[in-house]
Design a protein around this ligand. Structure first.
Ligand code: ATP
Length: 235
């Protein structure tokens, strides 16, 4: 497995937000995590990105133990996050925001090729490369956040709610991009509230409720479960 999380526990003070969660992402896989508001999805993905400390558990990337590694080093191991809410620097240009993704020496060395690849994926960002990020539409800002993650040449991209607040046509385009990122070789861990889309694109999926994995499997299997149909699809 490329990414192996085993028995992860993440707390905020005395409160547990993620409880004994184990999940795997294989090379070239798209794995989705679905669950209601407050289930712990953002907490889980931030812990896997190295931004939150795990109280217990194991996290391995390609066999390398990640627990105890400092947050900024997660990136050099090949984990990149597209965070909820995009987190761009509003006054900086599109290109300056993208370049923040390649601050490490190895990524910096291939900066020009990486930028070209991002602009091929998102031609509109090339046009707007000198504009402040704040002047872009929500969908275009999401493209910058994805592009910034790709500038690090990741082996796995973690997406936290990439479709949040976007118009349906833009959501479709966003999911096409996620598929392309995988076809170009990176694995994807996707946290998403748009359950039909998240299950539609995934090879496997986990359902997180109240900080725990309650069920997991192939999307087609999950879609047959009455609980999933009632709670997430309203049928
Ligand atoms: P959403 O879809 O609303 O983002 P989520 O599934 O991503 O939800 P989390 O944001 O991970 O869920 O939250 C999990 C739990 O942890 C919730 O009960 C939330 O209130 C709590 N929580 C989240 N962030 C903090 C924080 N910084 N301090 C304390 N508790 C927090």
């Amino acid at each position: 497995m490329l990414l192996e999380a085993r028995n992860l526990h993440v707390d905020y003070g005395d409160a547990s937000a993620v409880w004994d969660v184990s999940l795997d992402v294989g090379a070239g896989e798209i794995v989705s995590v679905i669950g209601p508001n407050g289930a712990g999805k953002t907490t889980l993905v931030n812990a896997i990105a190295g931004l939150l400390r795990c109280r217990r558990g194991r996290l391995r990337l390609d066999g390398c133990d990640m627990i105890g590694i400092r947050a900024h080093e997660y990136c050099s191991h090949g984990i990149a996050l597209v965070p909820e809410g995009r987190r761009l620097f509003a006054k900086m240009s599109v290109e300056e925001n993208l370049e923040l993704g390649c601050y490490l020496a190895a990524a910096r060395a291939v900066r020009a090729q990486s930028l070209e690849r991002v602009y091929e994926l998102f031609p509109v960002l090339r046009e707007k490369r000198r504009q402040p990020a704040a002047e872009l539409s929500g969908g275009q800002q999401q493209m910058v956040a994805i592009g910034r993650a790709l500038m690090a040449r990741p082996r796995i991209v973690l997406f936290d709610e990439p479709s949040l607040g976007l118009a349906p046509a833009i959501v479709d385009a966003m999911f096409d991009i996620i598929g392309r990122i995988r076809s170009e070789g990176a694995a994807v861990l996707l946290v998403e509230q748009n359950v039909p889309k998240a299950l539609g694109i995934a090879d496997r999926a986990y359902v997180l409720e109240q900080g725990r994995v309650v069920t997991q499997g192939l999307p087609a299997e999950l879609l047959r479960q009455p609980h999933i149909r009632e709670a997430y699809l309203g049928v």
